[in-house]
Design a protein around this ligand. Sequence first.
Ligand code: NDP
Length: 323
Amino acid sequence: MTEPYVIEMSETGGVEVLKQVARAPRSPGPGQALVRQTASGLNFIDTYHRTGLYPVKLPFVPGSEGAGVVEAIGEGVTNVAVGDRVAYLGAGTYSTHYTGSAATMVKLPDGVSEEDAAAVLLKGLTAWMLLFEVRRASPGETALVWAPVGGVGSLLVPWATSMGVKVIAVTSSEEKAARARSLGAQEVVLSSGDVASEVRALTGGAGVDVSYDSVGKNSAQASIDSLRPRGWWVSYGNASGPADPVAPTTLGGKGSLVLTRPGLFHFIGDGESMRRGAAALFGALRAGTIKAQVGQTFPLNEVAKAHQAIESGTTVGATLLLP
Ligand code: NDP
């Protein structure tokens, strides 16, 4: 059996700051459970923590979600038991073992593997937040979806489509365009072209109701220029770097646009909303509306390669780290 370890960084920077460090699992305190992790989901936010874009207290064990089997529980824990298969969002999941609040752990329904759960929990809850909580997506509306075959995108596109939303996807290659179509996108525009002009042409000049924009710096202007009056620019990520500031008068001049910058943790802060989101997510998985899309896996101790892959824009679907 692998000796327990974590991936820790004691400074911010390139992938070389991610170091393997032997560490014994921490016994669960009251209300906590100790999980032997079988999969940890890689998320773009982990790269923001590594580079310092989102400041963290050092030394830091990155990783925001995981899944595995409960090995021990602390005093007062009733919602999970030893041997249960669980998934969770939490800090420090780049590790062979994870100890955290049991209340935030979701028991996996039969038929959902730990790998699939680690692939969909954070990214699928993000899709749920975008479609149901930030604003409710409506049948008949048109949405622009950036990075449509990535971790979040490959869940967002089919889920939106199932709600009757017409998706125009924006991606970087013909290969990814074909994949976006197979996920349900009705139209695809290449990010190398004039996205806003093509979107106008595809919508009879009207523009889209909403832009789900995870790209940030390189997509901001095209998102704004693609919206109909009173359309929503939902800027939820920074894959190309943070978007530049936008003056309120710009939003006014372009047609009373709405700009929001949602963060998942503000939408699942209490147990009730997390349970609601997880129920919607696992319901959509069970119904076949969305499917876990594990695009690539890396051994946990090769996490540097995984970060390079996601930062190069070459990954599709979710990326898993396997301890
Ligand atoms: P992805 O799998 O979507 O990977 C990023 C994708 O962004 C790439 O594959 C690429 O897709 C696109 N991209 C465009 N420009 C660049 C660039 N310069 N460098 C790298 N990629 C680029 O990642 P995730 O699914 O993990 O996350 C997607 C986004 O959602 C991230 O920005 C993340 O921060 C954000 N997010 C936000 C949350 C929130 O609460 N606000 C929660 C979860 C994720 P293509 O080739 O199709 O253009």
